[in-house]
Ligand binder design. Structure first.
Ligand SMILES: [Zn+2]
Length: 226
């Protein structure tokens, strides 16, 4: 399977973009990228960017765009991205989108296909409130549709599963409102460039996957089904 356009998955937390990004990355044999993973990797390796980012992350502060974009530029330049990638939840702001566009152009990538995963608040709150995260390895489970084999314990390492403070129902509403305010200009921008496709993320994982593959075929992103 050949991916002909880099993919960018946007959407609120709980809309299912991470699950689909991971599946498509396997299907097309391209990396599944997220800035959270990149930051953790740079911190773990003690790179210059990681050393700049670590104190900010430790204090729970936002890592500024120049650090994030520096990581993104370096990551996309690696050989494993030569056949494309799936970006999960990035960019988040207009300046990030514009700079990412420049980076892609500079490296001769085709225009990305941006898929906006949509879901109503009731669905998102139900899904997010069911999330449990492994306190050891960070694996994510869901009491509704992806429970661990043993309640409260990670399948991989037996770590205790916890509910992250920002997955509690009372703070989810605020997260969703903030997310929508931040990303609406981005959605409008990608709609104006003609690179946006909308996807209903409320269906089951298999159905969403099928619709997603149809979107890729229709938008010239799938080299086998164009
Ligand atoms: Zn674990």
């Amino acid at each position: 399977m050949v991916l002909k356009r880099p993919l960018i998955f946007l959407g609120p937390p709980g809309a299912g973009k991470g699950t689909q990004a991971s599946r498509l990355a396997k299907l097309y044999n391209v990396p599944h990228l997220s800035t959270g993973d990149m930051l953790r990797d740079h911190v773990a390796r003690g790179t210059e960017l990681g050393q700049k980012a670590k104190p900010l992350m430790d204090r729970g502060e936002l890592v500024p765009d120049d650090i994030v974009l520096g990581m993104v530029e370096e990551r996309i330049a690696r050989p494993d991205c030569a056949n494309g990638f799936v970006f999960d939840g990035f960019p988040r702001t207009m300046p990030q989108a514009q700079k990412l566009g420049e980076i892609l152009k500079k490296r001769n990538f085709p225009a990305p296909l941006v898929v906006n995963f949509e879901a109503d608040h009731a669905t998102l709150i139900y899904r997010l409130a069911g999330r449990r995260t492994c306190s050891v390895g960070g694996e994510v489970y869901n009491v509704h549709d992806h429970p661990p084999k043993v309640e409260g314990r990670c399948d991989n390492d037996g770590g205790e599963l916890i509910q992250r403070s920002d997955d509690r129902a009372e703070v989810i509403r605020d997260r969703l409102a903030a997310f929508e305010a931040q990303t609406q200009p981005l959605i409008n921008y990608y709609r104006s460039t003609g690179d946006l496709a909308e996807l209903d993320g409320t269906a089951g994982v298999e159905e969403v996957n099928k619709r997603l593959l149809d979107i890729l075929a229709r938008h010239g992103a799938d080299g086998n089904r164009a």
